[in-house]
Design a protein around this ligand. Structure first.
Ligand code: PBG
Length: 363
């Protein structure tokens, strides 16, 4: 076959290259793909004007792609700035509804809530997680009362409630106990669902928790409470600022490598996702975000289920510090990183930049 504009044959057709050598397979494939080569084909024609670029954009970003994580603190009429997350604060429950309203007005469909539990209430057994009147439950109710149109996602894990900062119960050798922890996570979920959480997001990485949580939700009549499983959650250095935000940073003994994934792995992520889906996860998440775009793509291709990315606290901080140092334009970094998630196949992104991104997208 002769390709238009090339005068040469494809590799499969046995044609020769420019110097009479057989065409490489790559060259042959590229020719088949483009059907023309230079100068019949000039890729820059598609980039000459803003309207042309807009028309040809393969991916689009919209505020409805975003989930905004918000931190909650105890007290009244309080805003506590978080030093390691410039521009991000913890809000007392009475002021949180205002943030939820801001999100709804911007077209952000869902917020994610993280409590900074008062120190006196942190214990080895994380019992405050099961208090129906704890910070997060009060926050859920306040938002549902005043901004009922926004979705509320809650984290299921014990780290904001434990004295040792781990996501589960710890035995006397420092091992996080799996099955004992799952029992508490189930009760924690039911408390959050009863308070009105729309999506529960187990972020603990215990084995078998999705199945246990799904059957408890069904049993208790919470049939429409969705589960977004932190299915592929890596043990990451990018969580530092978050741990300051929820107050677990100074407490954490050791690390979370006994339950969170090793960054050397990605086949393992597919097994984690397969298990969570088989146990009843409605959606899955990959976390952190940018360093794991390959995992998002593999998950999306393999399972074709709603797959979310969490652009985590350390990623936010990198963008803020780079911009503050004059190394790059903040707004451009925000949008460019969000497009990376869309290209990788993400259905949506949890990001602390959600309101800024939504503003940029609707400006
Ligand atoms: C806790 C949890 C973490 C994050 C979300 N849920 C931290 C951790 O696992 O230590 C991190 C989010 C972020 O860094 O923005 N289970």
């Amino acid at each position: 076959m002769i390709l238009p504009g090339t005068g040469r044959g494809t590799a499969e057709g046995g044609g020769g290259g420019p110097d009479g050598f057989p065409l490489s397979r790559e060259y042959g494939r590229a020719c088949e793909m483009t059907t023309a080569s230079f100068p019949a084909m000039r890729m820059r024609r598609g980039r000459v004007s803003p309207w042309m670029r807009a028309m040809l954009a393969e991916h689009r970003l919209h505020p409805s792609d975003l989930i905004w994580p918000l931190f909650i603190c105890d007290g009244q009429d309080r805003e506590e700035p978080i030093a390691s997350l410039p521009g991000v604060s913890r809000w007392s429950v009475d002021r949180l509804a205002g943030k939820a309203r801001e999100a709804a007005v911007l077209g952000i469909p869902c917020i994610a809530l993280f409590p900074n539990t008062p120190n006196a209430l942190r214990t080895d057994d994380a019992r405050e997680a099961l208090n129906p009147d704890n910070l997060i439950c009060r926050a859920i109710r306040a938002i549902k009362d005043s901004v009922p149109e926004i979705g509320v996602l809650t984290d299921v894990a014990l780290d904001p409630y434990t004295s040792h900062g781990h996501d589960g119960l710890v035995d006397n050798r420092g091992m996080v106990l799996n099955d004992e922890t799952v029992k508490i996570l189930v009760d924690q979920t039911l408390v959050q669902a009863a308070a009105g959480a729309d999506i529960v997001a187990p972020s603990d990485m215990m084995d078998g928790r999705i199945g246990a949580i799904r059957s408890a939700l069904e049993r208790e009549g919470h049939i429409n409470t969705a589960i977004m499983a932190y299915a592929a959650k890596y043990a990451s250095a990018f969580y530092g600022p978050f741990r300051e935000a929820v107050g677990s940073l100074g407490r954490l003994k050791g690390d979370k490598r006994g339950y969170q994934m090793d960054s050397a792995n990605s086949d393992e992520a597919l097994r984690e996702v397969a298990l969570d889906l088989a146990e009843g996860a409605d959606f899955v998440m990959v976390k952190p975000g940018l360093p794991y775009l390959d995992v998002i793509r593999r998950v999306r291709d393999r399972f074709e289920v709603p797959t979310f990315a969490y652009q985590v606290s350390g990623e936010y901080a990198m963008i803020e510090h780079a911009a503050a140092a004059g190394a790059a334009d903040r707004d451009a970094l925000i949008l460019e990183t969000l497009f990376a998630f869309k290209r990788a196949g993400a259905s949506g992104v949890l990001t602390y930049h959600a309101p800024d991104a939504a503003r940029l997208l609707t400006a």
